[in-house]
Design a protein around this ligand. Structure first.
Ligand code: NAD
Ligand code: DAU
Length: 349
């Protein structure tokens, strides 16, 4: 089988590429990534010489290039992860999110449709999406696959739009597809603009920990390798035309999570208990900040037998250890443009 994975140099994509390259030596896997600030080939260095793996640098917003790539490689399956993924950046620059997340996705859908239209047998377009398309919950309830879409940030709106396009291609052109909507991921190789790696980095450097608002927003955290496993299961066993929610049943108020992180880091760094908590600094809230996300993943668990494998503290410890042991990776991605983003995002907040 010849498959295209987009965004394979990013956080989740690098874990998905590694999972597929190692588990399926008979598949030919092409990783297409434009290597934006969030993409880093070092994250997949360990598999780059595998005979079943090829990297292609390219931009999903370039429709002609994408069409040509599909014709050249004759893909049978697509796992689409490439995206602009950070909510704060979408508030600073929404159009970039429309370009990559909406137009980029439609370019891939067009290329798949054009290549496969005479015979859809054995073909699949798998679109990897987010729970943010469902909007924000208050104290109670969960997002299910039937929850109406109600995206609140430009990022969420762009992902919701891309989900709608995938379903529209399924309905109109009968393109075989599956979609999954996942909760917050954490683990190694995540760009340190997102809460957990940003705070690990700042704690280590004794820099302030910018907690938005009162820190009372709730997220449902899933270990990234559990997400990669879910993607494997859905790609191979998911029912075409269906949506699967993926989540960890692991809700944390930001401030509680941050305190656990501080405690674990104090231990790892040999600091006095409570030292890192002193770095907590409450800052102006994110505009339109969603209060709570919580995924009901029972459909995936009951129908396809997937379940999360790790306890949160165990996963957090593994994640901290990875960042402490991979300072080169961290320094590389936090040099240059990162500094400029950091100032724009946090200065004067
Ligand atoms: P990421 O930002 O870490 O990586 C995105 C990757 O896409 C990068 O390697 C980047 O270079 C590449 N990319 C961006 N624009 C591109 C373009 N125009 N052409 C080609 N490549 C391009 O993102 P992530 O956190 O790994 O998320 C991956 C996917 O999973 C996204 O679709 C995201 O919406 C979804 N998702 C993420 C989470 C999460 O918690 N991070 C949760 C649920 C769903
Ligand atoms: O729910 C899935 C989504 O999770 C993915 O689709 C997104 O790609 C991913 O970025 C993530 O979105 P969040 O906005 O939830 O993640 P982030 O790490 O940016 O923020 C997590 C929470 O922490 C959120 O409530 C905002 C808060 N936060 C974040 C940052 C960066 C802070 O309090 N301070 C910060 O500096």
């Amino acid at each position: 089988m010849k498959i295209l994975i987009t965004g394979g140099a990013g956080f989740i994509g690098s874990h998905v590429v590694r999972w597929f390259v190692n588990k399926y030596p008979d598949y030919q896997i092409v990783n297409l990534d434009n290597l934006t600030y969030a993409g880093n080939l070092r994250s997949i260095k360990d598999i780059e010489d595998n005979p079943n793996y090829t990297f292609v640098r390219g931009d999903i917003t370039d429709g002609v290039f994408i069409q040509d790539l599909f014709e050249r490689h004759q893909f049978e399956g697509v796992l689409h992860l490439a995206a602009e993924s950070h909510v704060d950046r979408s508030i600073l620059n929404p159009l970039e999110f429309v370009q990559t997340n909406v137009i980029g996705t439609v370019n891939l859908l067009n290329a798949a449709k054009n290549l496969w239209k005479d015979n859809y047998e054995g073909k699949l377009f798998y679109h990897i999406s987010t729970d943010e398309v469902y909007g924000s919950l208050d104290e109670g309830g969960f997002f299910t696959e039937e929850t109406p879409y109600d995206p609140q940030s430009p990022y969420a709106a762009s992902k919701a739009s891309s989900d709608h396009f995938v379903r529209a291609y399924g309905n109109t052109y009968k393109l075989p597809f599956v979609i999954s909507n996942c909760s917050n991921n954490y683990g190694s190789h995540q760009f340190p603009e997102k809460l957990i790696p940003l705070f690990i980095n700042n704690i280590q450097q004794k820099k302030p920990l910018p907690v938005y608002g009162k820190g009372e927003n709730v997220r449902d955290w899933l270990y990234v390798i559990d997400h990669a496993h879910a993607i494997d299961v859905i790609f191979h066993e998911g029912k075409h035309g269906e949506t699967y929610n993926i989540g960890g049943f692991n809700e944390w108020k930001n401030i509680d999570l941050i305190k656990v992180l501080c405690k674990l880091m104090d231990k790892k760094l040999g600091r006095a208990e409570g030292e890192s908590e002193q770095l907590i600094s409450y800052v102006t809230d994110r505009a339109g900040h969603d209060l709570r996300y919580a995924i009901d993943a029972h459909k995936l668990m009951n129908e396809l037998g997937w379940k999360p494998s790790l306890q949160f503290e165990e996963g957090l410890e593994k994640t901290i250890d990875w960042y402490l042991e991979n300072q080169d990776w961290l320094h590389e991605v936090t040099s240059g443009a990162y500094q400029q983003y950091y100032e724009e995002q946090y200065e004067g907040r």
